[in-house]
Design a protein around this ligand. Structure first.
Ligand code: FES
Ligand SMILES: [Fe+2]
Length: 393
């Protein structure tokens, strides 16, 4: 079913290439400049988006084996992911039941138990409190009532989502609007995790705007990869999640094929974004690879940081690993020195008050939809949240 959808999109992109058109929106869209720096607004975004919606925290490839764990901070919340004995991934606050110390240092590893560095209380990979150091002297305590605090978590399509609210009743599956079925075509669950690196950036929305924007490629990236990439975009959405894929006349070579014969790899071209903070760009050559950019707001409205993850379809040979390393360094350069360097200056200019609004053109439908969703989410009360996410074929 979802392959049919990929082919439908490919055919639309081929039609656009033949007609020399793109899918334009009805009008130019304006976003108040202060949306990028107003503190109250930013706090609302933290509360209504980052602390309320599922966030993609990790790839399956980072913790494939039983006992694998990952500790990280997301939107100022320390979390711990654990692949339990049954193979299921669980998410917890990375916080000890004794006095709240962070149990695992940020990073990844494999273990049978999580031991707190403060007074050595230990938990198993299921998050159950198993031992209290000097228990007799500490006093009687019902261990079963003092496990790690669990957060809603779902693993799908080789990706792991967590909601940073232990009381949330939002279904992660509903939030995905069937987009996970499209992403499942990559088969990320069986990919090789190569490496990651972190880059500091401007307000999270300035940074995210760039991932939905092909319009800037031949201009801002003229000295690097820009001239080799299409700069015209069509946007396809599943609720708030959007795929960016341009008109492509080369698709004509598959036109006469039966659905089953269309090559899935080619059908997955372009950029896949996952609301509110993920972008996946894929590359070919020596086996497929992707850069998954995971964006988090920083400590102020003017800052963010992005963890770039590099995954490869196959475990690389030494030579392929060298090439991947060089490409990953190049990608860091492009994002840090071109995108975010521009974005950080743009942030300062916006904060100067020189303009009331910024604009997204009829060719920038992705940015328009993104800001629309941010707007909708910050004004939707909890009780109406479920109704926002449609099932999309
Ligand atoms: S805070 Fe963890 S054992 Fe004391
Ligand atoms: Fe860019």
């Amino acid at each position: 079913m979802s392959k049919t959808k990929l082919i439908e999109i490919a055919k639309a992109n081929l039609e656009h290439a033949r007609a020399g058109t793109i899918d334009q929106t009805d009008s130019i869209y304006r976003v108040p400049a202060e949306n990028y720096f107003n503190k109250d607004r930013w706090q609302l975004e933290m509360k209504q988006i980052f602390r309320r919606l599922p966030l993609m925290m990790a790839t399956t490839a980072e913790l494939p084996e039983t006992g694998d764990w990952k500790a990280m901070t997301a939107a100022n919340v320390p979390i711990l992911l654990s692949r339990t004995k049954t193979g299921q991934v669980k998410a917890f606050f990375n916080m000890c039941s004794h006095r709240g110390a962070q149990i695992m240092a940020e990073g990844r590893g494999n273990t049978h138990r999580f031991t707190c560095p403060y007074h050595a209380w230990s938990y198993n990979t299921e998050g159950q409190l198993t031992s209290i150091y000097s228990n007799k002297e500490f006093g009687e305590l019902d261990k079963q009532c003092h496990n790690l605090t669990e957060l809603p978590c779902l693993e799908k399509a080789g990706l792991i989502w967590v909601i940073l609210n232990r009381d949330s009743s939002l279904s992660i599956e509903d939030f995905l609007c069937n987009y996970d079925e499209m992403l499942a075509h990559f088969d990320f669950a069986n990919w090789h995790y190569f490496d990651h690196q972190t880059i500091k950036g401007p307000n999270w929305k300035i940074a995210y705007d760039g991932y939905l924007d092909l319009y800037h490629l031949p201009i801002l990236h003229k000295d690097t990869f820009g001239p080799d990439y299409p700069s015209k975009a069509n946007y396809y959405n599943w609720g708030p999640h959007q795929r960016v894929a341009g008109p492509d006349s080369a698709l004509a070579q598959f036109e006469q094929l039966d659905d089953a014969q269309w090559p899935v790899n080619y059908l997955l071209n372009g950029v896949w974004t996952i609301f509110p903070h993920i972008s996946i760009a894929s590359f070919d050559g020596g086996g497929r690879s992707i850069m998954l950019s995971q964006l988090f707001p920083g400590e102020t409205p003017s800052t963010s940081y992005t963890v770039q993850h590099y995954l490869m379809e196959n475990t690389p040979t030494e030579e392929q690993a060298e090439a991947a390393k060089a490409q990953f360094e190049f990608l860091k350069y492009v994002v840090e020195q071109e995108d975010y360097a521009t974005g950080i200056k743009q942030q300062l200019a916006l904060e100067s008050g020189g303009k009331e609004h910024v604009m997204f053109g009829r060719n920038e439908g992705g940015g328009q939809r993104f800001h629309d969703w941010v707007e909708r989410l910050i004004s939707t009360p909890d009780k109406d949240l479920h109704g926002l996410f449609p099932k999309t074929d």
